[in-house]
Write a protein that binds this ligand. Sequence first.
Ligand SMILES: Cc1ncc(COP(=O)(O)O)c(C=O)c1O
Length: 333
Amino acid sequence: MKRAEVSPEEEPKKKCPRVTVKNPLDSLEEKAREFSLDMHSYEFAKKMDEEDSLRHLRDDFCVPKMKDIPSVDKTLVDNDEDCVYLSGNSLGLQPKKTRFYMDQELNKWGKYGVHGHFLGDIPWAFCDEVMQVDMSKLVGANPEEVAIMNGLTVNLHLLMVSFYRPTEKRHKILIESKAFPADHYAMESQICNKGYDPKSSLLCLKPSQGRHVITTEEILSFIEREGDEIALILMGGLQYFSGQLFDMEAITKAGHAKGCVVAFDLAHAVGNVELKLHDWGVDFAVWCNYKVSREKNRQVNNQLRHSLCNFPTLRNQLCIARLYKQSTSGKQL
Ligand SMILES: Cc1ncc(COP(=O)(O)O)c(C=O)c1O
């Protein structure tokens, strides 16, 4: 389906707050200078590994061997060596303990049958609550504002059913161009479901000519210009395609000032960058835990230092979780 592509190119530049993020390349160059090594050398990579205080965690994961990876020219590699695994953003490595924990629950099922819902270390009826506190810290919200349930796209649909309430005057959804395809299709479905046309109701904000990222200034001035017709702003917090970290706080503020609901897909942001969903006033967010949050333990620890407070709108996720539980287990919690 053809979508409306909009470009902020011709917009007059406005003064807007900037996020200062240290370029990873600068950090690497700094390190290379410190070690007096060429940043592109094998020695530098080795030295960085040696300096990594979390390197022992690698042993907690199953790393596929070169010989088992498709599309590898086996004549060029040592087939029995671990492969270089850079796919943490799509599906992280399997933690070695996965099998143990799965077996534990399968054994419980065998032993107790249906009573497994309420027995054992992790009764199935409450299994989501085990992670609720840690997860809330990762996203900067209160535990009761967060629900762990379903897959990301399913949650996106559920939340849009509640939060996307188009009217004749305000029916548009704003996303960044090249948003994750499943998000894109979910938004198209929701627009159609509410009786509107994605051709006119889905706005995909693309970078100006020749650029790979959309500046904060461009996003904010677009919201300022078009916001009265936008019902929902739903962007990737950390864009999966370009790697751009959006200034979620500034976008939320700008969206709210124009009366829009503001939400983020945090699939690539959670456990990767600092998030303060409550403080920023984000209306809702979706994410998953099989990507970077599993791989980047260093950042996870940083996140745990933040204190948290109330984040009312995320409670809707919890309500959905409660309803879901009610309908599946028949038990009012
Ligand atoms: C940015 C982003 N959004 C959404 C999804 C979809 O997640 P799921 O397949 O769990 O619904 C992914 C999955 O890779 C993703 O990377």
